[in-house]
Design a protein around this ligand. Structure first.
Ligand code: NDP
Length: 247
């Protein structure tokens, strides 16, 4: 079973990587179910996909609220009769030095980037176990495999989801539930992510780097498409994607 006709829930679909992925998967025949907080952006995206002949629905979703992700998964079942894949992509990146003690932002990153992924996992796990089939894809970051100054908490959340995905893969193999996982580690991708940085110096530094090396989110969409497109007995579990110009 390839991308075509698969039901794919994308959490964090209203801009950037999630939006690009929704468009590409829908072009390739997937039925996409889109979640994020900004309803207007999701509505526009669903309209654009539908006008291009694709199949898409949306449901306003805050990943920090477990019931809202459960509702998103329910939407997939109601609209398209089931769920094959969840793509946990929602995230924020308000980087800053630890000494600045932006503790509200630390908590927000843990709530969205880590607990949000756990909420997504919990929302699909009962169906995936029962049907002995499913795929969980998560956007980590190169900050999830390497340490960077300014990324103490952001990187901590992204290291954490790496471990989570790998353990789910191993446990599923032991339990015979055929759940595949994939973790993606993007480098600098030109999206709205830098808007979440409130530390002026960090924002300026990052923007300069992204202007120099950043690439289109389509690069990550192609990787997600590739992971989903593999035969059921093939789990491609990790992808690091750097812009060619990023050292
Ligand atoms: P964007 O800011 O364009 O997209 C972030 C997405 O996350 C939006 O759809 C946003 O939707 C959603 N989101 C944020 N908070 C919540 C929430 N509480 N509930 C539901 N959805 C939420 O940035 P990217 O596309 O770059 O980010 C996607 C992922 O890629 C993130 O996990 C990010 O950490 C990761 N990443 C990005 C890199 C880059 O260079 N751009 C590099 C490495 C990793 P809304 O605001 O409407 O809720």
């Amino acid at each position: 079973m390839s991308v075509k006709n698969k039901v794919v829930v994308i959490v964090g679909a209203s801009s950037g990587i999630g939006e690009a992925t929704a468009k590409l998967l829908a072009q390739n025949g997937a039925k996409v179910v889109l979640g994020a907080r900004r309803a207007k952006r999701l509505e526009q995206l669903v309209n654009a996909i539908t006008q291009d002949g694709g199949q898409a629905v949306y449901q306003t979703t805050d990943v920090t609220k477990p019931d809202e992700i459960k509702n998103l998964v329910q939407k997939a079942k109601t609209a398209f009769g089931g769920i094959d894949v969840i793509y946990n992509n929602a995230g924020i990146m308000p980087t800053s030095p630890i000494s600045a003690l932006h503790t509200d932002e630390w908590n927000a990153m843990i709530d969205i980037n880590l607990k949000g992924v756990l909420n997504g996992v919990a929302a699909v796990m009962p169906d995936f176990v029962a049907q002995k089939h499913g795929q969980i894809i998560t956007t980590s970051s190169v900050a999830g495999i390497k340490s960077f100054p300014g990324s103490g908490v952001y990187g901590a959340t992204k290291f954490a989801v790496r471990n989570l995905m790998e353990v789910i893969r191993m446990e599923s193999a032991q339990e015979g539930t055929n759940i595949r996982t994939a973790t993606i580690y993007p480098g600098a991708i030109n999206t709205e992510l830098l808007h979440t940085i409130t530390d002026d110096a960090a924002a300026k530094r990052m923007q300069q780097q992204y202007n120099r090396v950043g690439i289109s989110p389509d690069a990550i969409a192609r990787v997600v498409n590739f992971a989903i497109d593999q035969p059921e007995d093939v789990n491609v579990n990790e992808f690091t994607v750097y812009p060619t110009k990023q050292g």
